[in-house]
Structures are given as C-alpha cells and as structure tokens.
Design a protein around this ligand. Sequence first.
Ligand SMILES: Cc1cc2nc3c(=O)[nH]c(=O)nc-3n(C[C@H](O)[C@H](O)[C@H](O)COP(=O)(O)OP(=O)(O)OC[C@H]3O[C@@H](n4cnc5c(N)ncnc54)[C@H](O)[C@@H]3O)c2cc1C
Length: 452
Amino acid sequence: MVPPVIVWFRDDLRLSDHPALTAAAASGRPLLAAHVRETGLGAAADWWLGRSLRALTRDLAALGVPLVRRSGDPAVILPTLAAEMGADTIHWNRRIDPAGETRDQAVAERCRERGLTHVVHRGSHLFDPETTLNANGTPPKVFTPFWRRRLAGPEPEAPLPAPTTLAPHSGALPASDPEPSEPAWAAGLAEAWTPGEAAARERLTAFLDEGAPGYSARRDRVDIDGTSRLSPRLRFGELSPRQVWRAARTRATADPTSAPGIEAFLRQIGWREFCLTLLHHHPHLVDRPLDPRFERFPWVDDPDAFAAWTEGRTGYPLVDAGMRQLWRTGWMHNRARMVAASFLVKDLLIPWTKGAAWFADTLVDHDPALNAANWQWVAGCGADAAPFFRIFNPTTQAIGFDPQGAYAEKYLTFEVGPPDRYEPRPTPPIVDHRAARLRALAALETTSRTPR
Ligand SMILES: Cc1cc2nc3c(=O)[nH]c(=O)nc-3n(C[C@H](O)[C@H](O)[C@H](O)COP(=O)(O)OP(=O)(O)OC[C@H]3O[C@@H](n4cnc5c(N)ncnc54)[C@H](O)[C@@H]3O)c2cc1C
C-alpha cells in the first residue's frame, strides 16, 4: 500500500493558495488532512474556528479527503496519527508568531525522532520576517520605511490555484474528536458571519467591486460598511494575503479609478504584515510595553470602571456602541476600536493589557500580533505609536465619524437624537473627559521622570 501523506491545517483554513496542500497533492499519494485544536483561543475566535473547520471539512470531503480533527499538543498528536495511518510525511505552512514557531520546532523535532519527513512551506504572511530587517540588520520599528521597502521589492508571488483532484484516502478513517457545542451567546455572531473559504472569496470580490473605490474616504466612518471586513478571514487563513494582494492589484489595473482606494486598502494589509513582523522580533509585545518607560506607568485598578467599559456603559455613545457591537457581532470598526481603547487607557488609566485580554476573548478576528501592536499603538508605548499625550475626545470623534449618530443608534438601546445626540447619556458618564484628560497627562509625567 502507498503510504498516505498528512497535511496539517493551522491558520490556513482554505484549499486555494495553500502551498502545503499543493505540494502534498503533487506527490500523487493518498491524502489525509489534520487539524489540531490548541488551547488559548478566545471564545469568539473559537466559535469562528469551529464554523470554519466545518466548511473546510465539506470542501475537502468534496475532493474525497477526510479532515481528522483532534485536540491537544500537535507534537504528540501528529506523529501518533502518522503511526496510526502508516503515513511517513507531514506537510504544513509556516507560522511566524513566536508561539507558532515554537510549536513548529517541537513537531519537527518529534518527526525527526520518529523518522518522519516534514516539509514546511510559506503560509499566511506575505514576507518572511528574515527579509524585513532594516538596512543595518535591526528589526523594523517604524511602519512607513518598512512599507516603502516592501513596495520597492519584488511583488509577492502569484497565489496557487486550489487542487481540482486529490488522491483520496482509502483505508479506515482515524477517529476525530467530537465537535464542541456552540454557546448560546454566539447567536449574534452566527447572524453576522458565514465563516469558510467560499464566503471569504465572495466577500473579497464584493469589497473590490463596491467598497474599494471609496475606501479612503469611507474607511473611518463607523456608520458605513466602508471597510472589507476581511479580518477574521485573514486571521484564520480562509484567504491568504497573497490572494488579497493579487486580486486588489489586478482590480486597480483594470479600473484605474479604484487605484487610490486600493492603495489605501493594501497599506492596511501592510500594517498587518508590520504587526506580524513586530511580534516575530519582539515576543514580549503581547505583555510588555515596547517603550520601557511605560513599565513604570501608574495604572489604576478600577474593576467597576472596567466592567462599565466591557458592557458599553461608560456614558459615551461612540465607546459604548463600539463595545456593544463587539459583544453582539464579535467585530468592531477600527475607528471605534481606537476610541474605545484610548478611553480605557487614557480616560480610565486601566492597563492596555486588560483591554487587550478582553478583545482577545471577544473578537472573532483576534490575532495576538495585531491586537497587541494596536493596543500598544493606542497606549503610546508601541512601535511607531500615537503619542500618549494625544488623547481622543470621544465626543468629537463621534461627531466626526458618526455624524448622524446612526452607529450609536444601532448599537445602543436608548434613543440618540438631536439636539444633544453626541452628549453622553442616558447614564451619566463614568468620568468627565476633560478632568480625565488632565489626570492622564499628569500620569504621563511619571514616565518621563523615569530614566530610559
Ligand atoms: C485596539 C485595537 C485592537 C485591534 N485588534 C485586532 C485584532 O486582534 N485582529 C485584527 O485583525 N485586527 C485588529 N485591529 C486592527 C483593525 O481594527 C482591524 O484589522 C480592522 O478593523 C478589521 O476590519 P476590516 O477587515 O474591515 O479592515 P480593512 O480596513 O478592510 O483592512 C484590511 C485588512 O488590513 C488589516 N488591518 C486593518 N487595520 C489594521 C491595523 N490597524 N493594524 C494591523 N492590520 C490592520 C486587517 O487584516 C484587515 O482585515 C485592532 C485595532 C485596534 C485599534
């Protein structure tokens, strides 16, 4: 019997532009797909993963390939599965986050011990982090030169097509773990999203047709569906960044009027790469400030204020609407994320790590690199960060980016209308923004007295 080949699926839940799958298919040997559910995923992201795996299972089954689903340590599970099935080779796509890399190494080590061949491919990032160092060999810390260098370099390679035929596995099927049941609170998520590769591709096409031309002008408006909403798709690899890149560039060439919007959109894809690169080079990005002066920042422990923030009860409509959008749909508009995050760390002086942990549990698109880098950016302690002393005023932000109050109206249960629709209500605001701003600036003084 020809020994089967295992493809280990990770943050790459798709059939197209999947280098590990393509290479395994090219071997002509029977295929077995495997996914190992690991611990540590937030609740909303875990919901997305479950649904996306269902879609992947269907897509693979249509080509005769079973997806074996297990939970635990991949370094134990994959070699055991290979032994059960008589497989001698495992293919996977590389991850560049420190936790993923450590896991890669552990699985590779175990494969070597067991005499299994393992083949690692490039997966869910555009540029290998080794190629993104500054000219002097240090890791990048400023976005614009990072992105300029990327744009001046070679174009990312063309995405691979999905295999149309795969050699199906014919022997007895190994057992999969039972699917975990979905929590009742996930009803709002199911209403808002259809995870899976097919829906991801549809969304990309719809965005390039309808959203991309006006993206620059509309991307900051919280009341408009002006962004791609591709973040959970990219997070779980239902789309690869190469596919997004190529489709967007092709569209800009075919329709030059859409080019400025597409360029602005690709710049955000660039920010994603920048965040992934940052975490790769700074594994402590997730729990320690990149700017060491902030190690001594006088954060406040205020459980009541934190609870009000998580529940959208601060009394500031833009913050509260954002937090309720997050709770209901597992996603929040980027502008609302910035304002809500700023409110937590600057108006309430609550550590950014607490806010990041809440986002980690509630965002369907939660990504350790993007989440930590953006929280640090807002808190003023990250790479290329907004300075701490620039403090968003949640009321003027609402006037600018939700001019009719439609976003607030949609997500808040109380009536928001003229003449004072931007004023905090109906609960009194938990802090007075002007006083909170002065308190934050005084707290900042502490860090500037601390030697670097
Ligand atoms: C405090 C805070 C926490 C965040 N946490 C996450 C997170 O855990 N996961 C996540 O995917 N995004 C995070 N973001 C970034 C951003 O808010 C989302 O990527 C974006 O809102 C997703 O919507 P979209 O797909 O419609 O974005 P679009 O505007 O259509 O952008 C396209 C893609 O570019 C990337 N992108 C966009 N904005 C950023 C950014 N600021 N930084 C890095 N990449 C970006 C995303 O992959 C996004 O899907 C965070 C932002 C803030 C301020």
